[in-house]
Design a protein around this ligand. Structure first.
Ligand code: WTA
Length: 638
């Protein structure tokens, strides 16, 4: 039996849940009314499987809902306490943000950005990042933010796929005490693209950069811009953004989110899960380059007129106390982070957090990967002093907002470390077998979503076919999440990792296919297979198996070259922890690499059924190569 912790702030009559379950469409219809609409909708949901249109006929603007609506009551309230890694800090009020966003909206217009145009944003975690996003939203342009750790080649793919005509970047950003030279990376990314007309460059670090005829400095443009720009009245289904994420096949796919449904989902979940109050100071450590940052740094807190902390750099820079220092300094009351970060903090020991005053905390959250029960308990005891509920939130780039979480702002539910508890009201999650039938309690199955939900992606940018194939082909009527899960006897959901070829490394989503095609594009490589193995801090790390061309011998130099190629083509987050050169890979008779087997070998587990293997000597070989390498590592470390 799992431990349970009875802690919550809401009531326990589950009234909202009952109403939502009886009619989810009417339920969301009511929730949408919490937002400010220019005109109301005529139809709450138009559901033509697999395309959902929410609040059809309604007009709305995301920027209007995050800024304009607060001006009469909260223009002096702090929206963002910003802390740079190098110690810089800024306090930005709702009034300041309103002015800056309107100015930048006019800058975009002056650069000929129109409703529906795509704008690529490649910025560090500075206030200009949400300012640029909100300005796009204000004029109806579609932002596509690229995480500032991605390489030039990755950005190029995203700019080409989205056909962005402008790019917004910075001279650099601070990360672990170093300057990441973003502008140079953009120069390389766009050197062969003629449709990018302008590059807006923010001077964050003031490192030396060379400007081309396309480049315009952020400050110069802002100096000349008017601070008044009316928000566009947009259809509820108007695309708000594209966010690229890794999948099982080929290149990252552009998840496309709309406006009215997405905002409704965020407004509701931020209230229910985070129990947001006017007096709170919220701090989400996610980078805005990922969906958590889009939804729970930019849109949800601002919809609620909340005060939040935004931090630029590494949470352990210059030392392991940095994050707790930020929490103490800004009296953070709600803290949302990842299991990977918690495992790292936990390793540094209890004395560090114990030496800070964290008494302002009242609610804690995690996201992005399963949390180990012992880490959960550490978070609960050492950080939350056993008085803060923990919300373990399960969701995906595609779902827009959280889908499974305890909801201290709505109801009291005993918590079980390691379980996300129940789906949010109005969302029907099933755990099913291969045939789509519900599995009994305590049985592993595929996590599916049985009804459309408001934060649901509209489609994949420019590729409806792929959207249908990836999410709606395994089960025709259910959304296929790609995750394994089980329900226990209390209907609590336990996430059991990915059921497809997607890895979660330090909470970042990485597709094995993308990595393998990158490795294979190295001149000396014939074939490659990539898998994840458990890691104490990162949850999972990448292991790559590589077959070299005839006549090429393995070497440290070659290993380094392959590693560098991955950094260059994708980004540092995808670098394998280990690369093993082998002469064969275990394959099924139909030629598919058996990743399950590689994973088992890499973990020193028993291999199980190999009857479908084409050539069982491959297993022995991979295992012997692996054993050999393990031996070398062991010898090195003693
Ligand atoms: C995983 C991140 C266990 C899951 C918001 C999902 C989780 C993928 C949790 C989506 C959690 C996310 N417990 N696993 N609380 N939250 N995941 O698109 O495998 O970067 O499918 O979105 O992260 O990753 P993405």
């Amino acid at each position: 039996m799992a431990d349970t912790f009875d802690i919550g702030l809401g009531n326990s009559d589950f009234k909202t849940r009952k109403i939502a379950d009886s009619d989810f469409v009417s339920f969301w219809n009511k929730q949408a009314k919490n937002l400010s609409w220019f005109s109301s909708w005529s139809q709450t949901l138009d559901w033509q499987i697999p395309y959902a249109k929410w609040f059809v006929g309604g007009t709305i603007n995301a920027c209007h809902n995050t800024l304009d609506v607060h001006q009469s009551t909260k223009s002096d309230k702090t929206a963002i306490f910003w802390e740079g890694e190098n110690g810089d800090s800024r306090v930005i009020t709702y009034g300041d943000l309103f002015i800056e966003v309107q100015k930048f909206s006019n800058v975009l217009k002056s650069l000929d950005v129109k409703k529906g145009d795509r704008v690529t944003i490649y910025l560090p975690m500075v206030p200009e990042l949400p300012i640029a996003m909100l300005a796009c939203a204000r004029i109806g342009a579609i932002h596509t933010v690229v995480f500032s750790g991605f390489s030039a080649a990755s950005i190029k793919d995203r700019i080409v796929d989205s056909k962005s005509k402008i790019v917004i970047t910075a001279d650099g950003g601070y990360r672990k005490g170093k300057i990441v030279k973003l502008k140079e990376i953009i120069d390389e990314a766009i050197k062969d693209i003629d449709f990018v007309k302008h590059v807006v460059v923010l001077e964050r670090t003031k490192n030396k950069i060379s400007l081309t005829s396309k480049d315009k400095l952020w400050n110069n443009l802002m100096n000349d811009a008017s601070d008044s720009c009316v928000a566009e009245k947009l259809d509820s289904t108007h695309p708000l953004y594209i966010l690229y994420t890794s999948g099982t096949t080929g290149k990252p796919k552009g998840v496309l989110h709309g406006t009215g449904g997405y905002l409704t989902h965020l407004y509701s979940t931020f209230k229910w899960a985070f129990d947001i109050k006017d007096s709170d100071v919220f701090f989400c450590t996610a980078d805005i380059g990922w969906v958590t940052g889009h939804s729970y740094v930019v849109y949800a807190p601002l919809l609620h007129g909340a005060t939040q902390v935004m931090y630029e750099g590494a949470p352990d820079y210059p030392d392991a106390s940095r994050i707790w220092d930020v929490l103490q300094k800004y009296k953070v009351s709600i803290f949302y982070t990842t299991p990977t970060a918690l495992r790292m903090f936990m390793k540094f020991g209890d004395d560090i957090p114990n030496s800070f005053d964290l008494s302002s905390l009242r609610l804690l959250g995690t996201v992005g990967e399963p949390i180990n029960p012992e880490v959960w308990k550490w978070y609960f005891t050492i950080i939350g002093k056993q008085k803060c509920p923990i919300i373990d939130t399960w969701w995906q780039t595609e779902t827009g907002g959280l889908m499974i979480s305890s909801l201290p702002g709505l109801e009291t539910l005993p918590l079980k470390p390691g379980s996300g508890t129940l789906p949010i009201p109005g969302v029907d999650i099933g755990i099913v077998d291969e045939n789509g039938l519900d599995v009994p309690p305590n049985t592993k199955g595929y996590l599916v979503i049985k009804n459309p939900w408001p934060g649901m992606l509209l489609t994949l940018w420019g590729d409806d076919k792929k959207y249908e194939n990836v999410y709606w082909s395994k089960y025709k009527k259910y959304y296929y999440s790609g995750d394994y899960a089980k329900k226990d006897d209390d209907d609590y959901i336990w996430l059991l990792g990915r059921s497809d070829d997607v890895l979660k490394v330090a909470g970042h989503r990485i597709g094995t296919a993308e990595l393998e095609s990158c490795i294979v594009s190295h001149n000396d490589v014939v074939e490659s297979a990539v898998c994840g193995i458990p890691d104490e801090i990162k949850g999972e790390v990448i292991i790559a198996f590589v077959i070299l061309k005839n006549g090429i011998t393995s070497s440290d130099k070659l290993e380094k070259e392959i590693s560098n190629k991955i950094r260059h083509d994708i980004g540092a987050i995808a670098t394998p922890a280990q690369i093993y050169f082998v002469s064969k890979l275990p394959k099924t008779r139909s030629g598919k690499i058996m990743r399950r087997l590689l994973k088992a070998i890499a973990n020193n587990e028993t291999i199980g059924d190999t009857s479908t293997l084409e050539d069982s000597t491959a297993v022995t070989e991979v295992k012997s190569v692996f054993d050999e390498i393990q031996k070398v590592i062991k010898e090195k470390s003693t």
